[in-house]
Ligand binder design. Structure first.
Ligand code: KG4
Ligand code: ZN
Length: 353
């Protein structure tokens, strides 16, 4: 996180494709940093009415959106397929049926134009989002080792990154991911899906303060646990007569805002404390955040304020799922070894480190 981006010289353009969850996304990225296009077709409205992601619906939506999204990404970047230097696709972790759509589409495009073709770990994509735009210089040493907090709907991982492609998982959630906890708490408070942005919005209008919710703690470990906090939020909502929702439930009420604020604070406080503890234990030179929850304004603010080492975090729109991060993560790999992995398969439970 020390050095900033300098002029890149290779002009390598990579098409990134991402379909691991509920966003169909394609992007053209130059040298792991410059975004020429970044197209995202969100299915959020389709899933919102069920209060969560329905895998069967997700893969069908990817099927219809995939080709138009790729075409838009290429035309917005003013590039033809044959002028690309490679194609990279998320091959895990994620929903099997969703991943398959992206991997098969990407493979078909790469085979037909004989382009370098690799699979990218979705979590590695969230990490390399920090290299986009005015992020870290992709070719220089950004000051490794870095402590990465990747926190999304499916993961809450602490990963020590010692170099490009060199990861060690040192902490993870034992139950719910932080994003999942946000989504579940939002449902209890009668807020919409996805819950993270809804809780953030409600919390921002809180005037008074709610007694604090417990901070979940896993002893003698860098792991997280958020399911107890989710239950505590449910109990608080029940005590206040907010849950089960009444006829006159008002999501804009101070009651809802104050519980949302207490919940957000408990999650953010836990994420910040654990990450700083891990950073100290592994004696890192900086902290990197990524994944949907890293879009949270309070998390961004508290981490920066409390960390004694530099904190790198992509802008909020690059924290949530996108394909630009996949193109960014692929850059050094394709540059150093433009392989064509034609037998690439999806790995729904793919790990990093
Ligand atoms: O990385 P992401 O887009 O997809 C996964 O890989 O899971 O993360 C989605 C998660 C959701 O749980 C959503 O509620 C959460 O990120 N999220 C947020 C915010 N924006 C998205 N959580 C807290 N605050 C936000 N502003
Ligand atoms: Zn994600």
């Amino acid at each position: 996180p020390r050095s900033r981006r300098c002029q890149a010289t290779t002009d390598m353009k990579i098409l990134g494709i991402e379909t691991s969850c509920d966003e169909t996304a394609a992007a053209v990225i130059e040298d792991g940093t410059v975004i020429h296009s970044n197209v995202i077709a969100s299915q959020v409205e389709m899933h919102a009415r069920y209060g969560g992601i329905v895998p069967e619906i997700a893969s069908r939506q990817h099927m219809t959106a995939m080709i138009p999204v790729v075409e838009t990404a290429l035309s917005e970047a003013s590039i033809n397929l044959e002028d690309l230097d490679g194609i990279a696709v998320t091959h895990g972790p994620g929903l099997a049926g969703s991943l398959l759509v992206g991997v098969n589409a990407a493979k078909g495009l790469a085979v037909s134009h004989n382009l370098p073709f690799i699979g990218v770990n979705h979590l590695e994509g969230h990490i390399y989002a920090a290299w986009l735009e005015d992020g870290v210089d992709p070719e220089s040493d950004p000051g490794f080792p870095i402590m990465c907090l990747i926190t999304s709907g499916g993961h809450t991982d602490l990963i020590v990154m010692r170099g490009h492609g060199d990861y060690q998982l040192v902490g993870r959630t034992r139950d719910d991911a932080a994003g999942e906890a946000f989504d579940k708490a939002a449902r209890v408070l009668g807020l919409g899906f996805p819950g993270g942005p809804e809780i953030q919005r409600a919390a921002e209008s809180a005037i008074g303060t709610e007694p604090r919710l417990p901070r979940p703690n896993v002893k003698n470990s860098l792991d997280f646990s958020f399911s107890g906090l989710k239950t505590a939020a449910l109990r608080r909502a029940e005590e206040k007569g907010m849950y089960p929702p009444r006829e006159d439930h008002n999501i804009d009420s101070q009651e809802v805002s104050e519980v949302a604020a207490a919940f957000q604070e408990a999650i953010v406080d836990t994420l910040v404390k654990r990450t700083l503890e891990a950073a100290q234990r592994y004696d890192v030179n900086g902290i990197l955040m990524g994944g949907g929850v890293a879009a949270n304004s309070q998390l961004r603010e508290w981490m920066s304020d409390q960390s004694s080492t530099p904190v790198v975090v992509p802008r909020p729109g690059l924290c949530t799922d996108n394909a630009a991060m996949i193109g960014a993560a692929a850059f050094l790999r394709i540059k150093d070894n433009p392989e064509r992995i034609w037998d690439l398969d999806v790995i729904p439970n793919l790990r990093l480190g």
